[in-house]
Design a protein. Structure first.
Length: 202
């Protein structure tokens, strides 16, 4: 947008706007610090990886254009991967390698958002349309599922929590700040400072 509204009552042309070049084939840019990749962008059937300076790093085939909206880097014992959620909640979580190879690991949930617990390296799925294989939960826009610690593709049956179900709101995003995980709804947010087990085993 070629305007800036940075002072009350002032409307001016955005600095350097004339230097930008429109790209109508890419959608959903997503900033991520992961290896040599600085941001992702989607086309109708692929994910494009770019360096922080804008150089092309790689291209991976994807089911649709929504896979760069929620991306989460997380390490395993053998490699570092970028996990991608389908914002449209139509396809399961995908795994992307630094070599631009994308795959669909078994047992992954269908969710709109991903996060990570900073203290024990769990992958977090939120706003879930299809639960992970073997989970004891029920799909819900208020559902948050946690992978096992350090193993983002293993989902314990009881590693989940419902956040104010029945309030008419679905989860709208996640974020990590310091050692805490934030999960957002339209009018509220929830903070996870660690993981624990309640009396029912969840």
């Amino acid at each position: 947008m070629d305007i800036a509204l940075d002072r009350p009552g002032l409307l001016r042309t955005r600095d350097k706007f004339s230097s930008l070049v429109a790209n109508t084939t890419l959608t959903s840019p997503y900033l991520v610090s992961w290896g040599t990749t600085g941001f992702l962008a989607c086309t109708a059937a692929s994910i494009k990886m770019y360096s922080p300076g804008g150089a092309a790093v790689g291209t991976a085939v994807a089911p649709n254009q929504y896979y760069s909206w929620s991306a989460q880097p997380i390490g395993t014992a053998s490699a570092s991967y970028l996990y991608l959620a389908d914002y449209s909640n139509a396809n399961a979580v995908r795994r992307l390698t630094t070599a631009a190879v994308i795959s669909a690991p078994a047992n992954m949930p269908v969710c709109a958002y991903l996060g990570r617990t900073p203290t024990d390296n769990r992958l977090v799925a939120a706003n879930i349309a299809t639960i992970p294989t073997g989970a004891s939960s029920t799909a819900s826009g208020s559902l948050v599922h946690f992978s096992d610690a350090g193993t983002p593709e293993t989902w314990g049956a009881n590693n989940w929590v419902l956040l104010d179900p029945g309030d008419g709101e679905s989860i709208t995003g996640t974020a990590v700040w310091g050692n805490e995980l934030y999960v957002f709804k339209k009018t509220k947010y929830f903070i996870f400072s660690g993981t624990s087990t309640d009396s029912s085993g969840n």
